[in-house]
Structure formats: C-alpha cells, structure tokens
Write a protein that binds this ligand. Structure first.
Ligand code: BGC
Length: 897
C-alpha cells in the first residue's frame, strides 16, 4: 500500500492556490559545524506517514504522466526567470545537507535534502536527529534480496520524510572497482546487475513516500584520492557495460526523481559539465528528473547548464560564490544559456516534485516506529552475513559452549560503519556484538570480553606499520594507558593548547573525515571524533613512556606528513619532514624496560579537506604480544569458543592504503586462534579486507560488512543458528592489494576495461581468497536438471530452470546464480562469466524446488562503440548455474538467433 498523500496545495485542473506554503523563519544554528547556517521550515505537529509493509503495485508513472506534465506546465507559466534560477540553485549548506527555499508566491514547497544512503543523516540541528543506522550498501547487496532492498528503501523514505526532508541523497550505485575505494561500502558491490537491481528496489521504496530518490554519482566515481580533480579515463564500452548500467536499470525500473553528478572528471571533463548528462542520461536512458551537482561540484555556469546540469548544490554560499543563481540568469539574458534550457531545468525539478507528491504533503518532523525499523535493520544484517568458513561444523554454537570469549577492539560498541556524508551516528538503538551475544547466550552462559587492541579510527587509514598500542604506553600526565597529548590549531604550538588529554596512540589523520558527524572512529579514540578546530593547521605533542613487553629488537618510527620528531630518552630518535612517508630506527629493549618517548608534530593543512597526519608506529616479531593482546589470548584460552570481531575504517574522503586489518588485528586473530581451536571471526568491513593472513588458522569466519545499529543482535542470530546464514559476496575477497586496480591521483586509467571484479579474476585466472557470489550455509544445497530456454530470437526473455534441493538437515536459503559465459563474437573480448540473473530460494531439509531465473539481456550483449548501441551476438552462449562465480557445477547453453 502506498502512503496516503493528502492534496493540500494544487488541484489537478484548478488554478494555483497559495495554500499550505511553508512559512520560513530564520533560526540560529546550534549545530556542531561553525560554518553551517540553517533556515528551515517551521516545524509543525508530527505527521506520521504510514510505513507500507506490503509490496505496492508499482506504477508511479510520474515522469510520463499527462496530468503531472499539465501541473508542471501551469506552474512554469507563472514563474519568472528569477524564480526558475532560484529553483535551479541551492540556498543553504545545511551542515552538509542541502536546502532549497520554497517559492511561496507559487506554492512551491522547499526541497530539503538528507544524506543517505545507509540510513538518514540528519544535519538539521533543530530536530531529533536519531535515525536507524542501516547495514551498509554492500551488506544489503549480499542478501541478493530485492524485497529486502525495497523495504530498505521504504525505511529510508519514511525516515527521510519523518525527519523533515523530501529529498533523499541516495542510493549510491557506484561500482566497487576496487575495495580500496573509501566509499565502496555505500554501494552494492562490483556487479552492475546486482547494483542495478538493488538500486531500483531501494529507489522504489524511497519514492513510495513523498520523497525524491537521488542516484549517485554518475559516472566513474570510484576513488577518493584526488576526487575533486582526478580524471577517470574510461573507454565507452566499459563505461556503458559496467558503470552506466546500474543507473540505466534503475532508471528503467524505478524512475528516480534525481541524480547527483560526481566530483571527478570523465575523460577530461568534470562530471557536472560532462556531455554525458545530456547524451547518455537524458537522451539515451530517458531520464526525466533533474541532475543536481554534488556538493560544490559545479565547475562552470554556461558549460554545466548546457551540458545538462539542472541544479547546483549547495549553491548560494555567499555573494558570487555560486555558478548558477545570478550567473545563470545573466547567461540566459546574454543568450549563452537558452531560455529553453532554463525552462527545462525548472521543469525537470518540478516534475518529480509534483509527480511524487512533494506538493501534496509537506515533510514535518514527526515520528516513525523506531522498534520496527530497528528490527528491520537487524533482519538485513542477519541476512547479509556471509559464512566464509565453518570447519568441523563449529557453527552454529552448540549448547555446550557456555563460556564465550568476545574479542575485538570495538566489539563492545557499534562504531563499525563508514565515515563521511553517509554516516548515521545518532542512532535509535545500539546493540554491540558483546551486548547481542550476552543477551542471546542467556544467564547460564559466561560471556567475557577483551578488546585485544585499541579502538579503530581515521588514523588507521595512514599507510605503513601499525601504531604503538596503548597497553605499552604510560602517559606523562593523566590516567590510563597511552600518551599525554596536547593539540594546537596552529603550526607553532602557540598559545594555550586547544585540547589536552590522554590519547591511546599517536595516530592522527585529520581532514574531511574528521568533520563533525563524519568520523566513524571508535568511541575509545577521543580526539579524532569530529573536532572541527583540529582539521586545519595543527601542532601537537605526545609524551610518556614505553614499556617493552618482551626482550627483542623493535622498530620504532613515524609516518607523517610535515614535521615530526620522535625523542627516545631525550635523544632525537627519528626526524621526519616533507610529504607523507615513514622513517624508523631499531632499538633493542629488554622485557619491562621503560624508555621515555615524546613526539612533536607540526604541519599546515594541505587543503580544507586534508589536515594533520602523524603516527608513532612499531614493528616487532610475531611472538611479541602487547599486554592487551596477551590478555585477549588468555581470555580466549579460558573459553569454550572465541568470537573475534574485527573491523577496519572506511570513509568518504580517503581511500584505504591497503587491504590489511588495522591495529594488529590480524596478529590478534592468529594468536587467539592458536589459543582456542574454536575461534570464529566476524569481519566488520564495508568492502573486503584480506583474510589470507589468518583464514587458515580459524575454525569459522563471517564477512559481516558494516552491519548497522543492530549488529550485535544479528551476529547472535547467525552465531546461535536462529538465522541460517544466506549472504553471498557481492564483491570478491582478494588475497592482497596486488590483485585489485591501483588507485592513482591525477589520472585513473580504467585499464582493466570491462574486466572489473570477478570478470577480471576469472579472465586472468587469478585465485582470490573467496570469489564473487560465494557464501556457505548451515545446510547444503544441490542443483540438477538444468533446462535452458533461449526465449525470443534476440536473446530477450531467455531463462534457465534448475532444481535445487536442500540436502542438509536444516531449513536454509540459497542464492542460485546464473552466469552467461563468453559471448559468441570475435569483435570484442567478453568476460568468461557475467551474472545474468539470480534467485533466492528457501527450502526445508529434503525439499526441492524448481527455480526459474530470467536472464538479463544485457549480460548476453556487449556495447558496440561504433554502433553506439548494444549488440547481442548470434550463436550459442554458455550458461553456468551455481552458488558462486567460480562454481562450475552445472552448465548449458542458450542460442541467440
Ligand atoms: C558527497 C555526496 C553527499 C554530499 C552532501 C558530498 O561530499 O559526495 O554523496 O550527498 O557530500 O553531504
């Protein structure tokens, strides 16, 4: 059932009535970000939008509706050019959300944007900002569950609206070209069909509410390094087959109201003035909504407007700062932007506003059912867990496992989520892995906790060896483990320190990722959590002692950008200057020996997005265990089972330096596994980390993604077998970073072409740790009786049928995957496998079902650059059906005539 939409403002054929317009009042900004200012709609009594739980009949048809078009035309005819330009230009930077003023004279409501896409990030400081922190996009993709994705979108739409917004800045359809990309967690992995399918369903769910969904970020935005300038050099075929295809599918299936062009260049031109907006997005895909710019990504007035940009965001940030606004009006007056183009911008913005009901119901902050939505987040998280390994059926936990050791730096909190504009840190609930396991294990169990190493933070994105852990450090002042830290927001240690405290480590990486509300660091890391004053110029001093945990030769050093000095016992030990790099020296220490350490650091901000970067690191033999790690190993040894929850740090603004787990967590896993043969690992990373350094040592492992606010409950669900795991990998787990495309500043050559992710692993015969599509269950499935149906002669409507049998002893769900093999053409090289369709099937033990999978015609086709169109080559196409991209158990062919 679609939500009720009350027509407040406009009757279909009637004259425009200026009823129900939004009164505006200026309000001071009590928010964290000193640079933001917010003028919001007057907050009205709560309006509760019903949360649709049944699948509606999806025919919104807003973008081709005659009635919608007529309403839009009526409004347009009454608009002045000033008003049209106003609509095309954002007014307020609402603390990294956007806001467009209403045009009261015409009853045009305000557009209030809230970031997503993994929950609603509420920037407006004047409302209750708690929302549901959902599992990451990669987690949702791992469910391969369209219905769940629809619910995910519904929840996003509902909470967007119920927090006072009518535009949701999500979903993210950017492909995981490499798991090193800092924002990979937001999207749906490496396959365009999975991304398009999930993106469509999420968009549908959002737009069941009077809320516009915004697909982001077309196109080829796949790295944070140099993201404002980098030129993505990508050939036309690759662009269409990999990077445009999810947007194409979502446009076709779900009709999004908006898209957000990216920061990067595409083949030399900034995305927000790229001709691809007109040619591909509008003309070829038939998109009839509006393209808004990413935050300050509009590079020009005339160029951007004529290339197809419809709305600049955030727009008027002060006199003369916007490229649209006054400048757009002047360009129209001068004839360099046509009147038709300006009209088209306004029409495109009004069309989804009218068609999706934004005129009919105004988003007044109200309430939503927190418990229901939190339960939904738990359901997604539980279904997204990918069981990688289950030796000797260590899982699900047996009743006899009463002593459970929970290990991991952030296993007692829910901070494992992506940072940046998608971050939801004010959550409606928080169930940590420790809480979840304790609650489920019950009173008769003994659940112990030991972190093993320090909490994870943005500092962990620095390259090089791991920070010296707090458990070998004693501060010169203050209590606890770590070093005494003093911070100044200048480069000269001048004046009173801005901040003084005990820091667990010297491990700072300030900048964009440290903007208020953008830092997904562990709550155990006090300094880095969004102190705006420290994101620019910085000087800092750390002092205390280091106690050697064992006899041995240690390497001590600094990774830094700028000037950094390490003193050991009063002598200069390492000095660093210049660009980001590492310097170190060795020192022999006896067990228990203490040395004084002091680090001084000073560097001007590199840009408003990149501040201080410094780490005090160490290297030591594997046998050296810091006291915190030793304690974790002892805790594990004393238990029947050890559950290790590890995490990494991924964020908008910075790419990952490598695929290792930060803060010696790989050593932690190995050491715990050596002490307890029943060690099970949950990997809380948004995109894969390497598992090769430890996977052979442990009995069980899950890829758990960023599982959201109910992560502990979901972990308990699969750990104890209340939910039989059914997640499958929407992205390959590589063995190491050499197996994935390198990230480079300046120019990003997409030289792998269409061979992204599993397409490349299979073509190059490179073995990853786990292939795309992989996922175990507590039961087992067998496939037989593959029947292919070639459909129509052009390859459309092709399908496969296969019988799936649950041959294990538990109810379970499988994701049956159908891949098209190499296409019958000599014109281009095509991937050995391309996912062409998938289906979820749930079976009781011993039961079988015949599953039909429709094959997506795009997977049987390639994009021909000369013809500027898709070609489905004639001939036999091999079809492989299995439980992953590497599973070759069943094969058949279809024939395209
Ligand atoms: C991100 C967008 C986001 C915007 C507004 C930008 O930095 O790239 O995805 O919607 O900020 O917060």
């Amino acid at each position: 059932m679609a939500p009720r939409r009350t027509t407040l403002v406009l009757a279909l054929t009637g004259a425009l009535l200026a009823l129900g317009t939004v009164p505006v009042e200026a309000r001071p900004d009590p928010g964290d970000d000193p640079r933001s200012r917010f003028t919001g709609p007057r907050f009205q009594p709560p309006t509760i939008t019903p949360y649709a739980t049944e699948r509606p009949i999806r025919t919104p048809g807003w973008d081709s509706s005659v009635a919608v078009e007529a309403r839009v035309q009526q409004i347009l005819e009454r608009m002045t050019n000033e008003e049209k330009a106003d609509l095309a230009t954002g007014q307020i930077n609402n603390n990294f959300g956007f806001y467009n003023n209403p045009i009261e004279r015409l009853g045009i409501p305000a557009q209030t944007m809230a970031d997503g896409p993994v929950g609603v990030r509420v920037a407006n400081p004047a409302v209750d900002r708690a929302t549901t922190q959902l599992p990451s996009g990669t987690a949702l993709a791992a469910t391969f569950d369209e219905e769940l994705a629809l619910g995910y979108g519904r929840l996003l739409g509902e909470e967007t609206f119920a927090t006072g917004h009518n535009v949701q800045l999500g979903p993210t359809l950017d492909i995981t070209r490499t798991p090193l990309w800092g924002r990979a967690f937001e999207g749906f992995g490496e396959d365009p069909l999975v991304s398009g399918t999930m993106g469509s369903a999420v968009t549908d769910g959002i737009q069941e509410h009077p809320v516009i969904a915004t697909l982001k970020h077309p196109f080829a935005y796949n790295q944070e390094t140099d993201r404002f300038e980098v030129d993505a050099r990508v050939d036309e075929r690759t662009l269409r087959e990999i990077y445009v295809r999810p947007f194409e599918q979502a446009q076709e299936e779900a009709r999004p109201g908006a898209m957000m062009c990216s920061f990067n260049r595409i083949n030399g031109t900034k995305a927000c003035e790229s001709p691809l907006m007109n040619t591909i997005v509008k003309e070829q895909l038939g998109f009839r909504g509006f393209i808004m710019s990413d935050y300050n990504a509009t590079p020009s007035t005339v160029g951007a407007a004529n290339a197809g940009l419809d709305q600049e965001q955030p727009g008027d940030q002060g006199p003369g700062s916007a490229n649209f606004g006054e400048r757009l009006l002047a360009a129209v007056a001068a004839g360099t932007v046509s009147q038709e183009r300006l009209d088209d911008m306004a029409r495109r913005i009004l069309r989804p506003m009218v068609g999706l009901g934004l005129f009919d119901e105004l988003p007044t902050p109200g309430t939503f059912d927190r418990d229901r939505n939190s339960d939904f987040a738990r359901r997604v998280a539980a279904r997204s867990m990918v069981l990688l390994k289950n030796d000797d059926r260590v899982l699900p936990l047996r009743r006899s496992a009463r002593r459970i050791a929970v290990i991991g730096p952030d296993a007692d909190n829910i901070s494992a989520q992506g940072g940046g504009s998608s971050q939801v840190s004010i959550t409606t609930a928080a169930i940590s892995p420790l809480d979840g396991i304790r609650a489920r294990a019950g009173a008769g169990a003994r659940v112990t906790y030991s972190p093993g190493t320090d909490g994870i933070s943005e500092g962990d994105l620095l390259p090089g060896p791991h920070p010296v852990p707090s458990s070998v450090l004693t501060p010169a002042e203050g209590e606890g483990d770590g070093l005494w830290a003093e911070y100044w927001s200048n480069t000269t240690f001048a004046g009173d320190a801005h901040l003084r405290q005990v820091d667990p480590n010297v491990n700072v990486n300030f900048g964009f990722q440290n903007f208020p509300g953008f830092n997904a660091a562990s709550p155990k890391i006090p300094t880095s959590r969004g102190d705006f004053a420290l994101t620019g110029d910085l000087s800092a001093r750390w002092s205390g002692t280091l106690t050697a945990p064992a006899d041995g030769r240690y390497t001590l050093g600094l990774t830094a950008r700028g000037d950094a000095t390490l003193w050991v016992d009063g002598e200069v030990f390492v000095q660093h200057t210049g660009a980001l790099s590492s310097q170190s020296r060795q020192i022999y220490l006896e067990e228990g020996e203490q040395v004084d350490v002091r680090v001084e650091y000073a560097a001007p901000a590199e840009s408003s997005y990149q501040g201080g970067q410094v780490r005090l690191f160490w290297r030591h033999p594997e046998s050296v265990l810091a006291p915190a790690m030793r304690a974790a190993v002892d805790t594990a040894r004393a238990a029947d089972v050890a559950v290790v929850v590890v995490r990494n740090y991924e964020t908008e603004g910075v790419d990952r330096p490598d695929l290792a787990l930060p803060k010696e967590q790989e050593q932690l896993i190995r050491q715990v596994a050596a002490a307890n043969p029943r060690t099970v690992v949950f990997v809380e990373t948004g995109a894969p980390s390497r598992v090769a350094p430890w996977i052979d040592r442990v009995a069980g492992a899950f890829q758990a993604w960023y599982p959201g606010q109910e992560q502990g409950a979901a972990i308990a669900d699969v750990l104890f077998g209340d939910v039989n795991p059914s997640g499958h990998l929407p992205v390959t787990i590589p063995r190491n970073e050499r197996q994935v495309p390198e990230i480079t500043p300046g120019v990003a050559r997409f030289s792998e072409g269409v061979f992204v992710g599993y397409r490349g692993f299979l073509a190059d015969r490179v073995q990853p740790s786990y292939p795309f599509g992989f996922g175990l269950s507590y039961t087992e499935f067998e496939y037989d009786r593959l029947v292919t149906d070639s459909g129509r002669s052009d390859g459309s409507n092709a399908s496969v049928r296969v019988r799936v049998t649950n041959v294990g002893d538990r109810r379970g769900t499988d994701i049956v995957q159908a891949y098209a093999g190499t296409l019958p053409t000599d014109e281009v090289e095509t991937p050995p496998r391309q996912l062409a369709g998938f289906e979820r099937v749930t079976l009781r033990p011993g039961r079988s079902r015949v599953v039909t999978i429709d094959l997506d015609q795009r997977s049987l086709s390639y994009f021909d650059e000369q013809l500027d169109g898709w070609v489905t080559p004639r001939g036999q196409v091999p079809i492989h059906v299995g439980e992953s991209s590497a599973d070759t158990s069943l094969s058949g062919t279809i024939r395209v005539r």
